[in-house]
Write a protein that binds this ligand. Structure first.
Ligand code: BDP
Length: 330
């Protein structure tokens, strides 16, 4: 979509929301998109958000979660929440990088040293700059959820060095940076919807994918790809966000309720995440998965230089943000 068309569409969507509100449709249910099954930590956080909003507003605000990706795949849902076809969601910052360049900096492999460093950065000025980028794209961020660290898994053999990816085809999320990341490691990557990965692993359309333990577990991918190698190449926060026009249409009191509900849900989600990450790891190991730690992570990090170079060449205005994130972890 060109920029003019995008702006026009967003303006029309905003007008539609205002008209609906003027018509007294305040208590209209906010439809929330979620890709995960109901018992997943993201789902727990979203349910909590919906519950508190309803409680605090005395039923005037009503948010509902649609779990399991029934409202469509993630790239489509992102467009829907931007345009107001859906009201809110939890999106991974990976696919969000496609609509907000600022959000893409967290998809530079190994940019965060660990999850604590990611929290520190996201709660500081860099996180604010990323939030501003999402706002420009029509999404109002309300909080950052956890999704741990992503590692490679495959059907063939353990990955210990980048050379072990050679000749294998990996599914990645919808973001060109991940195609470049896998290519820089010597493998092939193909972007694919999350819901298609299980079948594609089973039928050999792909040899592997990459994700955190809870998703490797809940998606059943561990049943199809038995080698999990702890590369931890991406630590991606997730965004609890709401359509910006809808957010802007709220009164100050309502905005306060929405933000307080989001804050409370972040605390619940992060705790649920920590517990589930441990549980899923134990579960897949008990199921006979060959988990290998990667002794020489530096070799993987060194291979990422062309990905960084290419990114900074195409986004020179984001060089300061990348540097600020790196410096904040020193
Ligand atoms: C999970 C994320 C989810 C992504 C999925 C994927 O929570 O948002 O859709 O990975 O790999 O960890 O597509």
């Amino acid at each position: 979509m060109n920029n003019l068309l995008k702006t026009t569409t967003l303006t029309i969507a905003a007008a539609a929301v205002s008209m609906a509100l003027a018509a007294g449709a305040q208590a209209k249910e906010w439809r929330g998109w979620n890709i995960h099954p109901p018992e997943y930590p993201v789902s727990t956080g979203m349910e909590e958000f919906a519950r508190i909003i309803n409680e605090k507003s005395g039923g005037d605000l009503e948010a509902k979660v649609y779990h399991g990706g029934v409202l469509g795949n993630q790239p489509d849902a992102i467009q829907q929440v931007r345009l107001g076809g859906l009201d809110w969601a939890v999106f991974n910052l990976g696919p969000l990088g496609e609509v907000a360049p600022e959000a893409n900096v967290v998809s530079l492999p190994f940019i965060f040293k660990n999850v604590d460093a990611m929290h520190k950065v996201m709660d500081g000025p860099a996180g604010q700059q990323i939030a501003d980028g999402l706002i420009k794209a029509g999404l109002q961020p309300l909080g950052w959820y956890d999704s741990g660290a992503r590692s490679f898994y495959n059907t063939k053999h353990p990955i210990k060095t980048p050379a072990d990816l050679k000749g294998m085809k990996f599914r990645v999320m919808s973001n060109d940076l991940y195609v470049q990341m896998v290519a820089a490691l010597g493998g092939n990557a193909t972007p694919m919807a999350y819901g298609e990965v299980y079948q594609s692993l089973k039928t050999g359309v792909i040899d592997g994918a990459e994700n955190n333990y809870p998703s490797y577990d809940s998606s059943g991918h561990f049943e199809a790809a038995k080698y999990y190698s702890v590369t931890q190449h991406l630590i991606l926060p997730e965004c609890l966000c709401i359509n910006k026009a809808l957010y802007d249409s709220l009164s100050d009191d309502e905005k306060k309720i929405v933000q307080e509900s989001a804050d409370a849900s972040v605390t619940v989600q992060r705790a649920a995440w920590a517990a589930r990450a441990e549980k899923s790891k134990e579960k897949v190991i008990a199921a006979g998965i060959a988990v290998n730690e990667v002794a020489d992570k530096q070799a993987f990090q060194d291979a990422m230089q062309p990905v960084y170079d290419n990114f900074l060449k195409s986004n020179p205005d984001l060089a300061d943000l990348v540097k600020a994130i790196q410096d904040a972890q020193k």
